[in-house]
Design a protein around this ligand. Structure first.
Ligand SMILES: [Zn+2]
Length: 287
């Protein structure tokens, strides 16, 4: 049964299932990005129109389809429903399909697909809440940490390592190393610059990424350094185009999220490339 997931003949079939699943999860991520920063419950409050507060029936709440059929307007009050909803649903679905194709392509254990889905959802929610509300919600990072530790134990291979206990240990070490490293940066940064340069939300975010991916030694370095690097490039671009001043604050969350997703896309290859380059440089020096 499991081998069917990796069978090229079934790729179109599973990609479609994963796409539809991604649309549903995307719909839930919409609810999270809207409600969590406003302190509303994501489970116990029924879907309602943000304009007129009327309850939204299930047939008006289908991912993508309902938005198109209602032409982006509420059935009752005609209030505009942001294009962001459909964008997040499609983004989630597309990234989930890429996650699935990546697992098939690399032949990594199937439980890792679950960790990729969890990490991808984390990246999407936190990017949007950080851009719109300048927060990386504790509710989300804590949930991902606890959920990932549990999944690593229940599904050996969740973090790429076999066995329940080694999986749990790997997830825990990823959490501790990721969060610990960034906490250290945050502490050092605040001492050097005499102000908060890295929020504790970012620290918890990287801890959550660590719990998902486990302690592949380079993961957290990859996420942290790659995230800082992309953020730095983007910041310089904004400064040179006159959109920001040098001392302006730039949100770090979306860059950490992009770096995290890059890890899913080509992390191991980049690490491989890095070590090969280091080795060949060493050999050059020795010779
Ligand atoms: Zn309405």
């Amino acid at each position: 049964m499991i081998s069917a997931f990796y069978d090229t003949a079934f790729i179109p079939c599973f990609s479609t299932i994963v796409f539809l699943f991604g649309l549903c999860i995307g719909s839930f991520l919409n609810v999270c990005t809207w409600r969590i920063p406003r302190g509303e419950s994501v489970i116990f409050t029924p879907s309602h129109c943000p304009n007129c507060n009327r309850k939204i029936a299930w047939y008006d709440n289908l991912p993508v389809l309902s938005w198109i059929m209602l032409l982006g307007k509420c059935r009752w009050c005609g209030g505009k429903i942001s294009f962001r909803y459909i964008a997040i649903e499609l983004l989630t679905a597309i990234l989930f399909v890429i996650d699935y194709l990546r697992i098939v392509d690399t032949g990594l254990p199937l439980p890792m697909l679950l960790s990729y889905f969890v990490a991808t959802s984390l990246f999407i929610i936190c990017s949007f809440t950080d851009i719109n509300h300048k927060i990386i919600p504790n509710k989300v990072t804590y949930f991902v940490i606890v959920f990932s530790l549990a999944m690593a134990f229940i599904f050996p291979g969740y973090t790429g390592k076999g066995g329940s206990f080694s999986g749990l240990l790997n997830s825990f070490l990823g959490f501790a190393a990721g969060g610990g490293t960034l906490a250290l940066f945050s502490f050092a940064g605040s001492k050097v610059f005499k102000k908060e340069v890295l929020g504790f939300g970012d620290v918890k975010f990287v801890a959550a990424v660590g719990a998902c991916f486990g302690l592949i030694p380079a993961v957290w370095f990859f996420v942290i350094f790659m995230g800082s690097f992309i953020g730095l490039l983007f910041g310089l671009l904004l400064i040179f185009t006159g959109k920001k001043r040098f001392d302006s604050e730039i949100k770090f969350g979306p860059f950490l999220a992009i770096a995290g997703y890059l890890w899913i896309l080509l992390g191991p290859e980049l690490i491989d490339f890095y070590f090969k380059t280091v080795l060949s440089c060493q050999q050059l020096i020795i010779n």
